[in-house]
Design a protein around this ligand. Structure first.
Ligand code: GDP
Length: 445
């Protein structure tokens, strides 16, 4: 397997479809395009109708051929695209025809993008943005991914790195030259600018993980006593039978999740086991369920506490103990009591059964979620733990540089900060990361 092989793959999803696109990248692309079309290459980047033939000369299909000579292609190499009808047999025959051409081999997952990165077409944050765009399921995720793919985060980080390089040069000048040979106040300038950089990084880090959570989805835990109607509510919200609704108390033994799109934001809503005090002889499985429910409630970004309005106006104490600022309080089974029977301590009356109050609950959840994941239009977000770690490392190094007694030590810290930033965009030592990042892609990307 070599990075100089010419690779090919089906780039559209496998299966039946109107159109299928096969891509080829590498030095033998022109040969492959000529062999399949039995014709000279078309004009660069112009869709041209061709008949594609197998090795024996039989027509496989009629379709479009696009030719992208290097370096103006996605990978930076010579590339071609074959747009054919999306039938399994058509695709299979095209794949076989390409495989039969000497020097061509099927691409590995993410190999096209890997070549784009190796050829400097994309930095690592742009690669990740592209992966996220392919995975994006909601509007806010799509916007964030697109922005990162277009280089917003990479540009920010590279900008910091460029400024750091200048600071480092100045810092080194203070080591190499005597004071009288240097412009006055250079030391102070380096210090001041280092502090500004560190503060900018700190501001980006102080986003409460918004970018990462937008990528993963905000976690919302539904908590409440057994039979309060948690699974019914989850089902009513998800509008599908995701959780088991049962008559006997404590049958929801584990966490059941549904993934929702709330106003463009991704949310994972989890129904947790009922919070009931276990008798001494209590059911071990249920006890485990409750332990998990509590753990889940504690780590959730947001909680929905469900109380049973039919069982009286006072909330169940075990559940009430979990209510905090990040909790939406809901009184379920409002259909069983007169409309005037208001809950004792506020909260939304709803009915999972009739749907009463659900629109208000969803609206409330949507506003809670958007206030947590709200898209920043000014600064690009960091979207992965690896960005956060590297940025934290860079900021810490800058703070150390500010405290360093000796200019040599300060210079070393500035170098470390620059390295940490370089890892975010893939400018320095990221070999170990690459396989992980590119293996997330599908074949053909
Ligand atoms: P969980 O243990 O909290 O998950 O509760 P379930 O969702 O399993 O509901 C317990 C029982 O209450 C079931 O018999 C449901 O049909 C019933 N129930 C749930 N929500 C409502 C509601 O809004 N109104 C009425 N009348 N019954 C409900």
């Amino acid at each position: 397997m070599s990075a100089t092989d010419t690779i090919f793959a089906l780039s559209t999803a496998p299966g039946r479809a109107g159109v299928a696109v096969l891509r080829v990248s590498g030095s033998r692309t022109a040969e492959a395009a000529e062999a399949l079309s039995r014709d000279v290459l078309p004009r660069p980047r112009a869709a041209t109708l061709k008949r594609f033939r197998d090795g024996a000369g039989a027509v496989i299909d009629r379709g479009l051929l696009l030719w992208f000579p290097a370096p103006n292609s996605f990978t930076g190499e010579d590339m071609a695209e074959f747009h054919v009808h999306g039938g399994r047999a058509v695709v299979q025959a095209m794949v076989e025809a390409l495989a039969a051409i000497p020097g061509l081999r099927p691409a590995e997952a993410g190999e096209f993008t890997r070549r784009a990165f190796d050829n400097g077409k994309l930095d690592l944050t742009e690669v990740e943005g592209l992966a996220d765009l392919i995975d994006a399921e909601t509007e806010a995720q799509r916007r964030q991914a697109l922005r990162q793919m277009e280089g917003a985060l990479g540009a920010r980080v590279s900008g910091w790195r460029t400024r750091l390089t200048r600071l480092l040069a100045h810092q080194e000048a203070t080591i190499d030259f005597a004071d009288e040979e240097l412009p006055g106040g250079l030391d102070e300038q380096v210090q001041a600018q280092t502090a500004v950089l560190a503060d900018e990084m700190a501001a980006t880090l102080a986003d409460r993980g918004r970018g990462e959570r937008l990528r993963d989805g905000l976690s919302v835990a539904i908590v409440g006593a057994p039979n309060a109607g948690k699974s019914s509510l989850l089902n009513a919200i998800a509008q599908r039978d995701a959780a088991i609704v049962a008559e006997t108390a404590g049958t929801t033994r584990d966490i059941v999740e549904v993934h929702l799109d709330l106003g463009g934001y991704p949310v994972t809503l989890a129904d947790t086991a009922g919070l009931r005090e276990i008798a001494a002889e209590g059911d071990a499985i249920e006890a485990e369920g409750i332990r998990r429910a509590k753990a889940r409630a504690e780590t959730a970004d947001l909680k929905v506490a469900v109380f049973d309005l039919a069982s009286g106006p006072n909330p169940d104490p075990a559940t009430w103990a979990l209510v905090d600022a990040a909790t939406v309080v809901v009184w379920n089974k409002a259909d069983l009591v007169p409309r005037s029977a208001a809950p004792a301590r506020g909260g939304l009356p709803v009915s999972a059964q009739t749907g009463q109050g659900l629109a208000e609950l969803l609206q409330r959840l949507e506003s809670e979620v958007s206030s947590r994941l709200g898209f920043s239009t000014t600064a690009p977000s960091i979207t992965r733990a690896r960005h956060r770690h590297a940025l934290e490392e860079a900021e810490a190094a800058l703070r150390r540089a500010l405290e360093a007694g000796l200019p040599e030590l300060a210079a070393e810290d500035l170098r470390l900060a620059s390295r940490a930033l370089g890892r975010i965009t893939g400018a320095v030592d990221v070999e170990d990361l690459l396989d992980v990042i590119f293996s997330d892609f599908c074949i053909g990307k």
